[in-house]
Design a protein around this ligand. Structure first.
Ligand SMILES: Cc1ncc(C[n+]2csc(CCOP(=O)(O)OP(=O)(O)O)c2C)c(N)n1
Ligand SMILES: [Mg+2]
Length: 330
């Protein structure tokens, strides 16, 4: 077991347990969705966050929940859950039910939770970047004190909008954190085949903004500590930051990917760096919690996911008329 390198954290026990619970919720939720897809209970294509839990939860936990904002991407389950979306509504959304967070009209790739600060996932790679700087400009003009985290993958850094939005955010000093979750592949293409530098965070200097690197994005506290520093910098009005964390997705790109471009050994090596198992060991080894306390959180998470499935399965389909609602803003 590769243990976390972080020193004993100053965070409260409650905060750490909460972060652990959110990582468990992501893992349990996505494992459940995967099974439901295979049983034909979920329509369409789904992308999973399993393996990337710490990279999501560590970042979001440094924000003010229900105050700050995020934009998400096609692999957005982890971000939505980290931002404490209602699991029942999210499962119902993925099943296309009327009780879903977007009334069943969005599905897995378009989860949004405006009250919780999630401006939405996006099926267009790089599609959240323009939304993020628009939201950040609003916060700056209205002086709300809120900041925006724009989540995207390693592959999205080669979209034109990456250049346009980082440049604009830089010249206007917008309160936005551009966050690349580098799982080292864009579908089947290794990132090393599509960039001629080592890492995308190095591009920050082209825009005159700080670039930060989280070498071990599976170390929850390393991600949290780095984000705490970056959030403070951005909230103080210093302008945008680009940050990149290295992690790995355990499953295929989507439910339709057999994953032939990676070896089993590679995947197994990354499973040994399991962010959840590592944080559990950290909590117990540092006597922050007992094994029984962790077990009760594990059970509570599994129960909450089961509950979300029952809720979603028993929820009604959207009515035909609802297809014509929510098209235009009031
Ligand atoms: C503009 C655009 N181009 C291509 C695609 C097809 N596509 C969907 S996901 C993906 C790879 C994205 O890789 P990355 O940004 O690294 O995110 P990851 O899936 O690894 O989390 C591609 C090319 C798309 N959805 N949108
Ligand atoms: Mg990727």
């Amino acid at each position: 077991m590769a243990n976390t390198k972080s020193k004993k954290s100053e965070l409260t026990k409650e905060k750490m347990l909460h972060m652990h619970r959110l990582m468990l919720d992501i893992r349990n939720f996505d494992n459940k969705v995967n099974r439901l897809v295979k049983k034909g209970k979920i329509p369409g294509m789904t992308h999973f966050s399993i393996g990337e839990e710490a990279a999501n939860v560590g970042a979001v936990a440094a924000l003010k929940t229900g105050f700050d904002m995020i934009t998400s991407n096609h692999r957005g389950h982890g971000q939505s859950i980290a931002l404490e979306i209602d699991l029942n509504g999210m499962m119902a959304e993925i099943m296309g039910k009327a009780t879903g967070t977007c009334k069943g009209k969005g599905g897995s790739m378009h989860i949004a939770d405006l009250d919780g600060g999630n401006l939405g996932a996006n099926g267009i790679v790089g599609g959240g970047m323009g939304m993020a700087i628009g939201a950040a400009l609003t916060q700056q003009m209205k002086k709300t004190g809120k900041i925006v985290v724009c989540f995207f993958g390693d592959g999205a850094c080669n979209e034109g909008t990456f250049h346009e939005t980082l440049n604009m955010a830089s010249i206007w000093k917008l309160p936005v954190i551009f966050y690349s979750i580098n799982n080292m592949y864009g579908i089947s293409t290794p990132i090393k085949d599509v960039i001629n530098i080592d890492y995308n965070y190095q591009r920050a200097s082209s825009y005159g903004i700080p670039g930060h690197f989280i070498e071990d994005g599976n170390d929850l506290l390393a991600v949290y500590n780095k984000f705490e520093e970056i959030v403070k910098y951005v909230r103080e009005g210093n302008g945008p930051v680009l940050v990149e964390a290295i992690t790995y997705r355990w499953l295929g790109h989507s439910t339709s990917d057999p994953g032939k471009y990676r070896t089993k050994d590679e995947v197994d090596e990354w499973k040994k760096k399991d962010p959840i198992a590592r944080f559990k060991d950290y909590l117990i080894e540092n006597k922050i919690v007992t094994a029984q306390e962790v077990e009760s959180i594990e059970n509570a998470s599994a129960d909450a996911v089961e509950e979300s499935v029952k809720f979603a399965l028993s929820s009604p389909e959207p009515t035909l008329e609802s297809a014509f609602e929510d098209i235009f803003a009031d």
